[in-house]
Write a protein that binds this ligand. Sequence first.
Ligand SMILES: [Zn+2]
Length: 273
Amino acid sequence: MKKIFLLLFALFATAYTQEISFSGEAKPASTIIAKGENITSAYLNKQRLLIDEDGIFVFGFDKDAKGIFTLRVNQSNQPEKVFTFVLEQMEYEKQSLTIPSKYVSPPKRYLKQIKSETAKMINARTKMQGVNTAYFKEGFTLPVDSVRITAVFGGQRILNGIKKKEHNGIDFGGKEGTPVYAITDGIVRLAEENFYFNGTFVLLDHGQGLSSVYLHLSKLYVKNNQLVKKGELIGEIGSTGRSTGPHLHLGVQWHNKRIDPAGLLNIKGTSKN
Ligand SMILES: [Zn+2]
């Protein structure tokens, strides 16, 4: 009798396929949020992914990612599931800007300050490693009430004629004092004033390597280690740091990969294809 029971149980377990659901697009600078039951492990190529206790996990592709990516998901009592994503290289627009020269090549006297600010950022990002909780599971909301995009994601930047890094976020135009909201739940990992490049800013940890930054603020309403909710007021638009006028720079990363916030916020794609 016991044998029959075990056999029936085994049959049931194989017949009952535990689906994995996905939301998001497989393209460069994009994230995909997945959900499934009884997940024991998941890998994107060789990278082990963090899994929430509700079976939610996120993974993303760098802005210059191309080629084949393989996702392997293991669930208890299930054969391994393998998903393949084929990415085409993305083209981004060029952006030429004229800004005060001290922000293109910082004067020597600021180098020490910039170095210590960079160290603070690295330290804050280190604290995000290994956070399994998917704080982002409630979804995403816009960081401002009315959307006016003044610079899209990904463009090669030519600052005063000198080739610089690509624009790793979206700029939202707005008057100084315009409220800025958290795009989803998260922990404040760094809320600082007047950094050389970032100005006054907030760095939020949404779990599993997903993070967002809100730069050039005039006011801060949050403190380090505070848990904020999706849509919560975290600051006000300003023009602090490397900025030519009041705007919000919103950046999103999955670990060290730069993500176009447009995909998460469901606003018009900001790249060429
Ligand atoms: Zn920007």
